[in-house]
Design a protein around this ligand. Structure first.
Ligand code: NAP
Length: 293
């Protein structure tokens, strides 16, 4: 395999780079601007703006990948709601450029997507459930998925995931688990919603699944998340309990009180049967990962 990664400065991108280095696979890591991942050797890195079609074609021609793992995205859901044009450019047009380049060169294209493609009424979603996106971000991901799945003769996979967490270097944003752990340690006041349910995903498990799909020549949609769905409040409670930190400074709230620009699905979570059967996916429990955080 020759794997080209987009978004290698992001949380998932960094984990994929780490695992490919350990496995001595041939890869090229790309992201916007300079390499911010110290673990990624400079000769394995090249800057690539995914909104620039010429940039993409140059890098594809030079590196000649067999697989593209596309993790880069505009991932801040509220920022997407407030700036739909930039969201369209990063999450939709870029997917079009990359997918067309892969189609032209016979390269497998893997796109990262989200549980937010669903409306969150049913929960425990399988790959066969119908999307019903509620926000600009969610609609942009569904649009990207449609582009990818409708191109003829494109070998592709779509990996949907849920709240990705872990540690990384010089990340442009934190994640709920890391943030809650640090805030609890500092004894800060936290207000946490108890009416949204998610299955948080350890970034290393997700990276393993993304690479596994490429290795096994798998195709189509895969749901990859942590093993358990819980409310965000219950997640913070479990983090506090694990590190023996007090919950006295943590208040409950609900989605309607938060006034966030983007609507979130109330209950997601995935049926992981396909990933378990086809990839041998065995995600770690929350507590196992907290020991490593
Ligand atoms: N994180 C989650 O909870 C979550 C949940 C569901 C789905 N997903 C999906 O999973 C994927 C990976 O998520 P993540 O948490 O690793 O995201 P992340 O940490 O936000 O990383 C995304 C990366 O994309 C880069 N990027 C943004 N615009 C770019 C451009 N024009 N050209 C090149 N690179 C660009 C960002 O660069 P900068 O670092 O310079 O900003 C960032 O490094 C995304 O597709 C996301 O939609 C994530």
């Amino acid at each position: 395999m020759r794997i080209l990664i987009t978004g290698s400065n992001g949380l998932l991108g960094q984990k994929i780079v780490y695992q490919l280095l350990n496995a001595k696979e041939v890869f090229l890591a790309t992201s916007l601007g300079v390499n911010r991942n110290d673990a990624c050797p400079t000769d394995h890195y090249c800057s690539m703006d995914i909104t620039n079609q010429v940039d993409i074609e140059r890098v594809m021609k030079d590196f000649q990948p067999t697989h593209v793992i596309h993790t880069a995205a505009m991932t801040n859901v509220d920022a997407c709601e407030l700036d739909p044009q930039t969201c369209e450019s990063i999450n939709v047009s870029a997917v079009r450029y990359l997918a067309h380049a892969c189609q032209k060169n016979g390269v497998h294209f893997q796109m990262l997507s989200t549980d937010f493609v669903f409306d969150g009424v049913k929960g425990n979603y399988s790959e066969d459930d119908d999307p019903n996106p509620l926000s600009v971000y969610a609609k942009s991901k569904v649009e990207g998925e449609k582009i990818v799945s409708s191109l003829t003769n494109l070998s592709y996979s779509i990996v949907r995931t849920i709240i990705v967490y872990g540690t990384g270097q010089n990340l442009s944003r934190s994640n709920i688990v890391l943030w809650a752990k640090e805030a609890l340690q500092k004894g800060q006041e936290l207000t946490i919603i108890d009416d949204q349910f998610r299955a948080p995903t350890w970034a290393d498990d997700l990276a393993w699944a993304c690479i596994g799909i490429c290795r096994l020549n798998e195709h189509g949609i895969f749901h990859i998340s942590g093993p358990e769905t819980m409310s965000i409040f219950a997640l913070v409670e479990r983090i506090a309990k694990h590190y023996q930190l007090p919950m006295s400074q943590v208040k409950r709230t609900d989605s309607s009180s938060l006034n966030q620009p983007a609507v979130r699905p109330p209950k997601t979570g995935f049926d992981l049967s396909k990933a378990k059967n086809r990839l041998g996916y065995r995600p770690m429990t929350l507590e196992q990962t907290l020991d490593l955080l």
